[in-house]
Design a binder for this molecule. Structure first.
Ligand SMILES: O=C[C@H](O)[C@H](O)[C@H](O)COP(=O)(O)O
Length: 233
């Protein structure tokens, strides 16, 4: 079974958690896309829910499937958010933002009573950091912010190169919020909490892709079946 089929299996299991009347946060990325597709089918069959998207891409997908959409202004408290991740560790700490949606994803996850991660089991790692950590920054003062981010990373005990994320055509990638992303190639993050705290203090950093204490559970699909971490039901 290939990774995409595994992602779809994890998404299908997450659909079991959805109940009529729920307020749902919809994640971003290839795994969340499967969840939104499956949810769209349930809505077509009569399921009544209201959803908030974590990106313009997910919003467009959900609207194309006639899923009723709201905003966090109209619906500031959500029951459940289902989202993918770039890395998950055994303590349910995550790296997110490979699809540049980390800021809205974190806001939506924080507004949710429960966030469940869906992924193929290749995303489960003993230690975070092999996947480059996305750090969303405002364009103003980029070089000064980059230096301050580098100092914060070193102070937390990590080390590695910072790369400004580009689009395939070579132009600088802009997030849905109009920000840049610095990808920190750290190889290993021994103390994610320390790094998160250090990055939170840098002016110009809007958000970073370390999600700590946000995920209640994870549904990880592998060749041997589904692995459930944390609280799923
Ligand atoms: O910004 C993007 C998100 O954090 C995604 O949830 C993450 O990159 C995982 O995406 P995928 O399911 O495509 O691997």
């Amino acid at each position: 079974m290939n990774a995409d089929e595994l992602k779809k299996q994890a998404a299908a299991r997450a659909l079991d958690l959805v109940r009529p009347g729920m307020r749902l946060g919809l994640g971003t990325g290839s795994t969340a896309k499967h969840f939104v597709d499956l949810l769209g089918r349930r809505v077509a069959e009569g399921l009544e829910i209201i959803c908030v998207a974590t990106s313009e891409a997910t919003q467009a997908q959900a609207l194309s499937l006639n899923i009723p959409m709201s905003t966090l202004d109209e619906t500031p408290e959500l029951d459940l958010t289902v989202d993918g991740a770039d890395e998950v560790d055994p303590q349910l700490r995550l790296i997110k933002g490979g699809g540049a949606a980390l800021l809205r994803e974190k806001i939506v996850a924080a507004a949710s009573a429960r966030m469940i991660v869906i992924a193929d089991d290749g995303k489960l790692v003993p230690r975070l950091g092999r996947f480059p950590l996305p750090i969303e920054v405002v364009p103003f003062g980029l070089e000064a912010t980059r230096r301050a981010v580098a100092i914060a990373i070193t102070a937390s005990g990590a080390a590695g190169e910072l790369k400004l994320r580009l689009r395939p055509d070579g132009s600088t990638l802009l997030t849905d919020g109009g920000h840049f992303i610095l990808d920190a190639h750290l190889g290993a993050i021994d103390q994610p909490e320390l790094l998160a705290q250090a990055l939170n203090t840098v002016p110009g950093v809007v958000e970073h892709g370390l999600f700590i204490g946000l995920a209640a559970g994870a549904i990880l699909a592998g060749a041997e079946g589904l692995k459930l971490l944390g609280r799923i039901e």
